[in-house]
Design a protein around this ligand. Structure first.
Ligand SMILES: C[S@@+](CC[C@H](N)C(=O)[O-])C[C@H]1O[C@@H](n2cnc3c(N)ncnc32)[C@H](O)[C@@H]1O
Length: 210
């Protein structure tokens, strides 16, 4: 998904540890500034070290995504908000839906939200297939033989009894939640097995930009 020519402010939710989305955007868009939010002080300290070269262009903010004011008004509106490998950690799809609403409320008109995260497969059968592919890949990449045994066990499990996955929601559920939060032009922009990049735009007029 293109973020356009970001000249304004970008927020990254849960940027701790490896704030790659923020640093990628700051490198790619020299006029952008960024607020990188995370709940963990050690992770933010690590991010601070990596972000030092951007000086005033990046601000770190510590808050818990379960707190109502995790994204304080003082930051104003953003041109784009990104989140990477984070929201599934909350294990609470109701809270994720609320966070989508908070993000929508903090975007400028036309602002974009992009979420890269782990998703459940749409069916139990696909969950099993995705597991087998992921296990086979790990094995090819030199993982231990234990993985192969797990793969065989998976193959024997009847699809009807298997769950759709360990994450809070499927891609369809995320896309539906984004639309319910007010986002327009909601779509999945990239997907591989149970990883996906999806999001939408905040158009205040209620009409899509063409
Ligand atoms: C796997 S890391 C992803 C870091 C970075 N976004 C990336 O893509 O490399 C997940 C991050 O989510 C943060 N996190 C998990 N639960 C959180 C919560 N309730 N509030 C704020 N941050 C949270 C963790 O501190 C951690 O930094």
């Amino acid at each position: 998904m293109g973020l356009g020519d970001v000249r304004g402010r970008v927020g990254e939710a849960a940027a701790g540890g490896r704030p790659e989305p923020s640093t990628f955007i700051l490198d790619r868009y020299p006029h952008a500034t960024c607020v990188a939010q995370d709940g963990s002080e050690p992770m933010l300290n690590h991010a601070r070290h990596l972000a030092a070269k951007y000086g005033q262009r990046i601000k770190l903010h510590q808050s818990d995504l379960f707190e109502v004011d995790w994204l304080p008004q003082q930051f104003g509106l953003f041109d784009a908000v990104v989140s990477s490998s984070c929201l599934h950690n909350l294990r609470d799809f109701k809270r994720i839906r609320e966070i989508y609403g908070d993000i929508h409320a903090h975007l400028k008109p036309g602002g974009a939200f992009v979420n890269a995260d782990l998703i459940n497969a749409p069916t139990a059968a696909l969950h099993q297939r995705y597991d087998r592919v992921a296990t086979a890949r790990r094995h090819r990449e030199g993982a231990v033989a234990e993985d192969l045994a797990a793969m065989v066990r998976q193959r024997r499990r009847p699809p009807a009894t298997a769950a759709r996955g360990p994450f809070p929601a499927t891609l369809d559920q995320h896309l539906t939640a984004l639309k319910a939060a007010g986002f327009k032009d909601v779509d999945c922009f990239w997907k591989e097995l149970r990883r996906a990049v999806f999001g939408g735009y905040a158009y205040r007029s209620g009409r899509s930009r063409r």
